[in-house]
Structure formats: structure tokens, C-alpha cells
Design a protein around this ligand. Structure first.
Ligand code: UGA
Length: 359
């Protein structure tokens, strides 16, 4: 199936900014690229209509659902440091604000590919009887949230409830939907460097790269023994393109997209990033690592997933797809991108500090 016009909501985010060029290359179609901030969408093409607007705007929802033949919905607040500090905004951005869009797609029977999250699996993988397992599976695993006072789970609950709304529209109505659960996808342009193009705490990749560029210690929350499986943004783009191209196979399906082979501890990720950074910056001092408690790093209300490994057998079957990129081949390009983007500003910061200290 070749769509004529795809609406990408959240086109200025990390994943959106990778998907837009990928979808144009694959389908040669028109794209409505929507976001409140499109600066990350550096790619230019006459087939892209850049629309700076919020998904909360009823006129925007009416417009994109009138003319697109597929909607990709990616807008979110998806950074763990936000879940326990601005939980109400997190619930609004990941649930309430998206309800009108979902309703409009359902009414118009318009295909909706919605990006949910691996976080819906919660603290750990459980089978149907509640026994611990390793891989998280779309149609088998139970979803284990922590207690309400651990606000970390506001995001997962909001995302899970929207999944259930979308599912119900498909099951009891005629919404042609696919739900995607991304597992720790990384690549150039992910998140921000605090104090330069954003405030607060980004996700782990940007935290570590900011620390490396600034010569600060890499902070390992609770020692960094928790594990994640990291997938490259390129593998995500290929998988999503296949979802778009296979409406019949993917209708009414939930799909994990991730790379179980790139499963490692956060402490090991820190070491690998540090060595990729030092290979590109041989003059830089040796990286330092320090353990920090979750309360000190995120504040109260944080909780964590000890291990998050996707079961991607279903995506493999429905999409005829496998992730390809090993972590070792991804990291140098990511480090280069951050240095190109932020190197000058970080160097200016560091020389200002040196001058202040000397005077
Ligand atoms: C987050 C989001 O909640 C998910 O929705 C999203 O799918 C996922 O990122 C993603 O990147 O795809 P999480 O993996 O917990 O989930 O977030 P990260 O900020 O990337 O943290 C990964 C681990 O590193 C956590 O255990 C965290 O405590 C730790 N961490 C983070 C550190 O040890 N040091 C840091 O400086 C930052």
C-alpha cells in the first residue's frame, strides 16, 4: 500500500524527525509534519508541509484527519524525569490531549498508527499467571505498575489507557489502528543538552553525552545494574515504513519494536559511550562514573524497570523485519552528531568556567 498523504504528529521530536525523511524516501508521498516546535526536522523537501500547531487544536485535528490517509501519532511527554515532577502534564499530553484525535480517526475510519511505549509493561515482564519472565510480549504479558505514590507510573498508565481506548475503537467500532511500543530507540538528535537547548534531565543517552562533553562524571542511577535493549533510529524507521506499507497485516495489532540483541546494563552503556567518545577525542581526560541514588537523581516518586527486553517475534512475522544495527556501529555516529551540534557551546561554557576560576 502506498499512501498519498501521511500526517506525522510530533514530526519535530526525535523519532518524528527521523521518520519524515524515511517515509518520503520510501513512499514519495506528501507529509503533513506537525509539531509545536519543528526545529529538529532539519530535512527539507517540497512534499513536506510544515505545520506549527498543537494536537490539542481542534482545527488542526479536523484538517489533518480530513486530508491524510494515514495518521502517525507521536506527540508525548516521554522523559522519566517528568513523570514524577509534572505528572498532570504527562497525563494530559499522553492521554487527555490525544482523545479528540483518536475520536476523529475513529469517526472517519482513518488509519491511526499510534506510538505507545515499552513502559506499559511496567516494572518487569510477567506471564499470564503473573510469574516473572524475560521477554515482554504484546499479547501475553501482564502489565505491572507500581503503587500510586510512585508517580513514575503516571506515564505508563496514561499510555496504557490510551491503548485501551484505541483498542476498543477497533474492536467495537471500525478504527483501523496499529499500536507501536518502542523500546529504547536511540540516535542523533535525541533529547537535549541541559542548559543549552532544554532544561531538566533528558533520557540516559543525552545525560551521558552531556557529561562526557562537559568532562563531568557519568551518573549511574542506583549503580547502573538495570538493563535496557537499545535499537537504532534507522531500524525503527524501517519497521514503521513496513507497518505503513502493510495495513491489512498490521490492522488491530500491537507491535513491540526494539532490538533484544543490544541488551546491556546502563553501567555498560556508560562504559561503551565513554570509549566511543574517547576514540573521537583522544585528548579528553578519562571518563569518570559515579553511583547516585534514584531519589537524589530524580527526586521522590521515581521507580524503575530492572530489565526491558522486547519480544519481537510478532513484528518479525508481520513485517518480515529484523533490527540490524549493533550498538558498536551506532555509537560513533551518535557521539559525532552530539559533538557537531553542541561542541562549540560546550567549549565556550568550559572556557567561561576556566576564566571565572582563574580570576
Ligand atoms: C524512557 C521512557 O520512559 C520510555 O517511554 C521510552 O520508551 C524509553 O525511555 C526510550 O528511550 O525509548 P527509560 O529507559 O527508563 O524509559 O529512560 P532513560 O532515561 O533512558 O533511562 C534508562 C535507565 O538509565 C534508567 O534506569 C535510569 O535510571 C538510568 N539513568 C538515566 C542513569 O543511570 N543515569 C542517567 O544519567 C540517566
Amino acid at each position: 500500500m502506498t499512501p498519498k498523504r501521511i500526517a506525522v504528529l510530533g514530526a519535530g521530536g526525535f523519532l518524528g524527525s527521523h521518520l519524515v525523511p524515511g517515509l518520503i524516501a520510501r513512499f514519495g508521498c506528501e507529509i503533513d509534519a506537525v509539531d509545536i516546535d519543528l526545529r529538529k526536522l532539519e530535512y527539507e523537501d517540497s512534499r513536506i508541509q510544515r505545520i506549527e500547531a498543537s494536537v490539542e487544536d481542534p482545527a488542526l485535528v479536523a484538517e489533518v484527519t480530513r486530508r491524510a490517509d494515514v495518521v502517525l501519532s507521536l506527540t508525548a511527554l516521554c522523559n522519566p524525569a517528568q513523570y514524577s515532577t509534572i505528572p498532570l502534564q504527562v497525563i494530559a499530553a499522553n492521554f487527555t490531549d490525544l482523545m479528540p484525535l483518536v475520536s476523529a480517526c475513529a469517526e472517519k475510519r482513518l488509519r491511526l498508527i499510534h506510538f505507545s511505549t515499552a513502559e506499559v509493561y511496567g516494572r518487569r515482564a510477567l506471564d499470564r499467571s503473573g510469574a516473572p519472565t524475560t521477554a515482554m510480549s504484546e499479547d501475553e504479558s501482564c502489565l505491572l505498575m507500581g503503587p500510586v505514590h510512585l508517580e513514575r507510573w503516571t506515564y505508563a498508565c496514561a499510555k496504557q489507557l490510551l491503548e485501551r481506548v484505541i483498542w476498543a475503537h477497533g474492536q467495537h467500532g471500525e478504527l483501523p489502528f496499529t499500536l507501536i511500543r518502542p523500546f529504547n530507540t536511540i540516535g542523533p538528535r535525541m533529547d537535549f543538552v541541559p542548559g543549552i537547548d532544554g532544561d531538566g534531565t533528558p533520557r540516559v543517552l543525552a545525560c551521558f553525552l552531556a557529561a562526557l562533553m562537559r568532562g563531568e562524571p557519568l551518573q549511574l542511577v542506583n549503580g547502573g545494574s538495570q538493563r535496557r535493549a537499545f535499537m537504532s533510529a534507522n531500524d525503527m524507521v524501517e519497521a514503521v515504513s513496513r507497518v505503513v506499507a502493510r495495513p491489512r497485516a498490521c490492522r488491530g495489532q500491537i507491535l513491540n519494536l526494539g532490538n533484544p540483541d543490544n541488551n546491556l546494563s546502563i553501567a555498560e552503556l556508560a562504559r561503551r559511550l565513554a570509549s566511543a567518545f574517547s576514540a573521537l577525542n583522544p585528548q579528553s581526560p578519562a571518563a569518570r562514573f559515579e553511583s547516585v541514588s534514584a531519589d537524589a537523581f530524580y527526586g521522590v516518586g521515581y521507580d524503575d524497570t530492572e530489565e526491558r527486553i522486547p519480544d519481537i517475534r510478532k513484528a518479525g512475522r508481520l513485517l518480515d523485519w529484523q533490527p540490524r544495527e549493533a550498538l558498536s556501529s551506532m555509537l560513533p555516529g551518535i557521539v559525532e552528531d552530539y559533538m557537531r551540534r553542541y561542541g562549540t557551546q560546550v567549549a565556550a561554557e568550559r572556557s567561561a568556567i576556566t576564566i571565572r576560576e582563574a580570576s
